[in-house]
Design a binder for this molecule. Structure first.
Ligand code: NAD
Ligand code: FES
Length: 279
């Protein structure tokens, strides 16, 4: 059992939980994730380790409440517990050790960019972050990233920072030159758009993929993706891959595989909440 020590609402549907997991806090590396099971029999949910505090023995999990299981998870309060946390899983981020890195975070993907930027900054790399959200209240991890380097913020509606997508601002940073590598995490169309920006520049671009995962150990094949024409398992070979090699169309199709079942589970959950069987 893992105790929840703090809960923060980061945006209308994104919540940060600090959870006691000392061994994971000690050994986690940027890019790695955990699989969380709220209670016995609950769905297994992959979540990036957005931050860790070794002294407190806690890790930070950032959860976007989009379905039944994620809504149940974010309903937990400090003092509550999570049944199991497996990890750290996945390959650590390929971090450069000198130069200048452009880190691009779209929406909740900004939480995934944070540990990458931390790892880069610790190695002496100059970090420039471009982060964006639909509007002001959807921008997350701005303060944390400002501690690590320059941050450029944009919103789709112009309510905060520059008006536009992260790719609009990233295009300008790239045009000014001096970027040695790009890390991009966010919705699939965003990561595809970033890869399309950097391909003609022949600029190494790493993206973090979020396919459906089940076991997280390379056994079930649920998380398979195609990279450079080869099948890879995001849970053990990734979750980060060369953005110029990823088949984003296949990833997008596979992300929709269980949409009907997910919507059905969410409807049942909402009905149970409505009649007071759940909160
Ligand atoms: P969102 O749809 O609100 O988009 C966030 C930002 O991404 C936008 O403000 C914009 O700047 C940029 N963006 C979106 N579409 C774009 C496009 N076509 N071209 C260029 N830029 C674009 O994102 P959200 O609701 O916070 O995130 C939702 C998605 O992110 C989900 O599909 C989720 O699965 C995915 N996600 C991915 C990861 C990962 O590891 N790759 C992690 C968490 C969530
Ligand atoms: Fe089962 Fe990756 S989640 S193989």
């Amino acid at each position: 059992m893992h105790l929840i020590t703090a809960r923060t609402q980061l945006s209308p549907n994104v919540t940060r939980l600090e959870v006691v997991a000392p061994r994971i806090a000690e050994i986690r590396q940027p890019g790695q994730f955990v699989i969380v099971r709220r209670a016995i029999g609950a769905e297994r949910i992959p979540l990036t380790i957005a931050d860790a505090d070794r002294q407190a023995g806690t890790i930070a999990l950032v959860i976007q409440a989009v379905g039944k299981s994620t809504r149940e998870l974010v309903a937990l309060l400090p003092g509550g517990t999570i049944q199991d946390i497996s990890g750290p899983l996945g390959m650590p981020t390929e971090l450069i050790t000198a130069g200048r890195a452009l880190c691009i975070g779209g929406g909740v993907g900004t939480a995934v960019v944070h540990p990458i930027a931390q790892g880069l900054q610790r190695r002496g790399v100059q970090v420039v972050s471009v982060i964006g959200g639909r509007s002001r209240e959807w921008v997350i991890f701005e303060e944390e990233l400002r501690r690590l380097g320059e941050v450029l913020v944009c919103t789709d509606d112009g309510s905060y920072g520059r008006k536009g997508f992260v790719t609009d601002v990233a295009r300008e940073v790239l045009a000014a030159g001096g970027v040695d590598i790009v890390y991009a995490v966010g919705p699939v169309p965003m990561m595809r758009a970033v890869a399309n920006l950097t391909r003609p520049l022949n600029l190494h671009t790493i993206v973090s993929l979020n396919p459906v995962m089940v076991d997280g150990t390379g056994m079930c094949g649920g998380c398979r993706v195609s990279v450079g024409g080869e099948t890879k398992f995001a849970c053990v070979d990734g979750p980060e891959f060369d953005g110029h090699q990823v088949d984003f169309d296949l990833l997008w199709d596979r992300l929709g595989t269980y949409r009907t079942q997910e919507q059905h589970a969410l409807s049942l959950h909402e009905e149970a909440c409505r009649v007071g069987l759940k909160t």
